[in-house]
Write a protein that binds this ligand. Structure first.
Ligand code: HAM
Length: 420
């Protein structure tokens, strides 16, 4: 057996890890501007949590859960699983802390790995990372619109192109009628359906609508917006009106039903044209019945999660991935120079510069090679000669020019070059 990583799992080394952090930092800044507070939840939960939220008929619960091979806790009736998504855990934590009754209006964000046993391909992994948000206690359309406005702000900050798709799938009042219409449509066309959809038809007929294989047939399937009750219709119209007022461009996609069971009313997906077949980079929607279904108070909810791997792909394709820039490499020759080098490096780092001290055991020529290899903008060179003269040599590796200057001026000079 080779000790390689498992299929569908990724190592993120250097630049790819930095792109992740860049996305997460950007998302955090964005949600904090919208007053979201952080929540951290466990990686492991009881399987019943997902049965009762994500849904027993969803692909996630049906075939993608990672079960833990340990005897369950004495108070658990079923298995323990690794979280496949964040929403159920956040809702559970919110109810468990009593917030649903005490202070129902909350806005949370979270980030971290999720696990689903899926068929790996570009943009689809078994361990992937989500940055998600959940808002509890708000049923108004302004809240729905504001989440999309927030995504638009985030998109702009990343500098990538994304398309917003929205839909409304109705609520407990009008969804049953729509579900039945889709079921009847499916039964009528049963012979034309793919094997998966034939299976899904009785369990979860709405999934037929986002089947890629049956896409042509689905063109003529019933559309949720034609079945909305007046309340859902008015809500959806308001969301669209507010998005228009905020200047967020979107398209309506009547096929957008989402694969998880808890959604009501507004659903949305944000698509990138730059990442291949797994093009949904952000997805979410309203789930007004979920908190109650999990044993909490009747509090409405809405949220979304972004796939960090997919956003990283979009960023890389658009040439917007961050570059790690090293400001200076410090080269010292001799013991006295090494002592000076330590203080010079420290002064530079105190000014926020990125500085790598190179090994004094290498030859001067190899050291300049190393400085170029790490992409340093400058080399600071200190040898016997410089010690005697009380200066250092600052070599601009881009311009291939150099100057002698007092140690105290090095940080300032490098900072000025970086700004210019
Ligand atoms: P989801 O559509 O299952 O929704 O996942 C959200 C996002 O996570 C996807 O759009 C995608 O970017 C990413 N993602 C999902 N599966 C994978 C995978 N196997 N590999 C890479 N990326 C993946 C949810 O999880 C809901 N909890 C979202 C939500 C929050 N709805 C309301 N609140």
């Amino acid at each position: 057996m080779e000790l390689t990583r498992l299929r569908g799992f990724q190592d993120l080394i250097g630049p790819s890890a930095e792109t992740f952090t860049f996305i997460e930092d950007c998302a955090r800044r964005c949600v904090e501007r919208h007053c979201f507070r952080e929540i951290r939840i466990p990686l492991v939960e009881r399987i019943e949590l997902y049965d009762r939220s994500t849904g027993e008929t969803s692909d996630i619960v049906q075939k993608q859960m990672y079960k833990i091979e340990r005897p369950p806790e004495s108070d658990a009736t079923g298995a323990m699983v690794l979280r496949p998504e964040g929403t159920p855990g956040v809702v559970r934590a919110y109810i468990e802390a009593g917030l649903d009754r005490r202070e129902p209006e909350q806005r949370f964000f979270y980030s971290g790995p999720m696990l689903r046993y899926e068929r790996p391909q570009k943009g689809r992994y078994r361990q992937f990372h989500q940055f998600g948000v959940e808002v509890f206690g708000r049923s108004d359309a302004l809240c729905d619109a504001e989440l999309l406005v927030m995504i638009e702000e985030f998109r702009r900050e990343l500098g990538i192109r994304l398309t917003f798709q929205i839909n409304s799938i109705g609520d407990a009042l009008c969804r049953p009628g729509f579900r039945e219409a889709v079921l009847n449509f499916g039964l009528k066309h049963r012979d034309e359906l793919c094997e998966d959809c034939k299976q899904r038809l009785t369990r979860n007929p709405l999934r037929l609508l986002d089947c890629k294989i049956d896409a042509a047939l689905v063109e003529s399937a019933p559309r949720s917006i034609d079945y909305l009750c007046p309340g859902c219709r008015a809500h959806f119209d308001k969301v669209k009106d507010l998005l228009g007022a905020a200047g967020v461009e979107f398209v309506e996609n009547p096929r957008l039903v989402r694969g998880l069971d808890y959604y009501t009313r507004t659903t949305f997906e944000v698509i990138s044209a730059d990442v291949g077949a797994q093009s949904t980079v952000i997805a979410g929607g309203r789930y007004d019945g979920l908190i109650e279904a999990l044993g909490g108070a009747p509090v409405p909810g809405i949220g979304f999660a972004m796939g960090v791997e997919r956003l990283a792909l979009a960023l890389e394709t658009a040439g917007r991935a961050p570059k790690f820039e090293v400001d200076a490499a410090i080269i010292s020759i001799g013991d006295a120079a090494a002592r000076k080098a330590i203080t010079v490096a420290r002064a530079m780092r105190e000014r926020g510069l990125r500085v790598e001290m190179l090994s004094p055991e290498r030859r001067p020529k190899a050291l300049l090679g190393r400085a170029a290899k790490i992409g340093a903008r400058f080399a600071v060179i200190i040898g016997e000669n410089e010690i005697q003269k009380g200066v250092v040599v600052l070599r601009d590796l881009r311009a291939s020019s150099q100057a002698e200057l007092p140690e105290a001026q090095v940080a300032e000079t490098v900072l000025a070059a970086r700004a210019g």
